[in-house]
Structures are given as structure tokens and as C-alpha cells.
Design a protein around this ligand. Structure first.
Ligand SMILES: Cc1cc2nc3c(=O)[nH]c(=O)nc-3n(C[C@H](O)[C@H](O)[C@H](O)COP(=O)(O)O)c2cc1C
Length: 172
């Protein structure tokens, strides 16, 4: 599996037998943590996602990637309107809760925007989006959205690195 060795650094070629290694290598990229919410035929839903990325300032575009194996995939790949919530350090519980239960949003206090999208208060940043494109992305789909409205506050961030949650101090 390893084709080159240099000290502790090893090189691999992705194959079905080393998914675990590839996942671990992807996990070396530190990300923030978001909860994406939308309205669905089964009511309001949410999902924890760290595939979020800002894309463009003009026009204002962001992306994230719902996974095909998720039971919630259809809600999010088909959603025309959705909101992306960047979690702060105090919202660690929301990260785990929305990873487990998409319908949790029904039992936590939230607002609803003009498109029926649930909005969780108190996040570090929140982007209300309209989907403008989707692209195939293997076992995920890339969803590109235009930011219609956004808000933010100061505070410590929640970060995800090597499969673990950590906290980052507030930026200046
Ligand atoms: C930190 C973290 C990041 C995640 N990022 C994504 C993501 O970007 N896309 C995605 O589809 N699922 C992501 N997940 C998994 C989903 O939150 C959820 O657990 C998974 O879709 C299983 O949902 P299901 O039980 O409804 O099938 C992430 C989970 C965690 C804990």
C-alpha cells in the first residue's frame, strides 16, 4: 500500500482497501463546523457538516457537500433554500446532536425565514442561501449557493481536526 517512505511520512495511492487512511489524511485539514438547515416535506431538518467553504465574494457564493449515504441526503441535495450556521465553541453539543438527529431542529428554539428555512440563533456566522448549482462529487454532491443574507458575531470558534473537536480563540 505504501509506495514511498521518508521518515514518518508515507505515500499512498488511494484504493478501496485504504479508505481509512484517506479519511485520516483528509482529516488533517482543520475545518470549522457548521449545521445546515432546510425545510422539507417531513418538516424542518438539519445536518452537521464540515465540508462548507466560502467560494466567491462577487457574486457571494458558498458551497458544502451532502453525502449520498446520509438518510438526509435528499432533503439537502434538493433544497432550493437553506441556511448554513457556523458553530461557536459553546455549540459543541449541537454538532454531535445534528450529526445524530436531523429532526432535532424541531425541539430547539429557532426562527424561520421567508422561505421556511429554520434559523438557529447565537451562531458565529449564518448564511441564508439559494441553491444555484449542484455538481457530482463521487459519494457526495457539491452544492453551490448564493448568499442572500448573512449575520455574524465575535467569539471562540469550534474546529474539527483529526476526527476531534477543538476550540479556537476569538480572532481580532
Ligand atoms: C464534524 C462532522 C462533520 C460532518 N460533515 C458532513 C458533511 O460535510 N456532509 C455530510 O453529508 N455529512 C457530514 N457529517 C455527517 C452527518 O452530520 C450525519 O451524521 C450523517 O449524514 C448521517 O446521517 P443519517 O443518520 O441521517 O444517515 C458530518 C458529521 C460530523 C460529526
Amino acid at each position: 500500500m505504501s509506495i514511498e517512505g521518508a521518515g514518518m511520512q508515507r505515500t499512498f495511492v488511494p484504493d478501496p482497501g485504504n479508505h481509512r487512511l484517506l479519511r485520516d489524511a483528509f482529516g488533517r485539514f482543520t475545518t470549522g463546523v457548521t449545521v445546515v438547515t432546510t425545510q422539507s416535506e417531513d418538516g424542518p431538518v438539519g445536518i452537521t457538516a464540515n465540508s462548507f467553504s466560502s467560494v466567491s465574494l462577487d457574486p457571494p457564493l458558498v458551497m458544502w457537500a451532502p453525502g449520498r449515504s446520509s438518510r438526509r441526503f435528499r432533503y439537502f441535495s434538493e433544497a432550493e433554500h437553506y441556511a448554513i450556521h457556523v458553530l461557536g465553541a459553546a455549540q459543541r453539543d449541537l454538532c454531535y446532536a445534528f450529526a445524530r438527529d436531523g429532526h432535532l431542529i424541531e425541539s430547539i428554539p429557532h426562527d424561520v425565514n421567508a422561505h421556511g428555512v429554520p434559523l438557529i440563533p447565537g451562531c458565529l456566522a449564518r448564511f441564508e442561501c439559494t441553491r444555484v448549482a449542484t455538481h457530482e462529487g463521487g459519494d457526495h454532491v457539491l452544492v453551490l449557493g448564493r448568499v442572500d443574507r448573512f449575520e455574524m458575531r465575535e467569539g471562540e470558534a469550534l474546529a474539527f481536526y483529526a476526527g476531534k473537536m477543538t476550540e479556537l480563540p476569538a480572532g481580532k
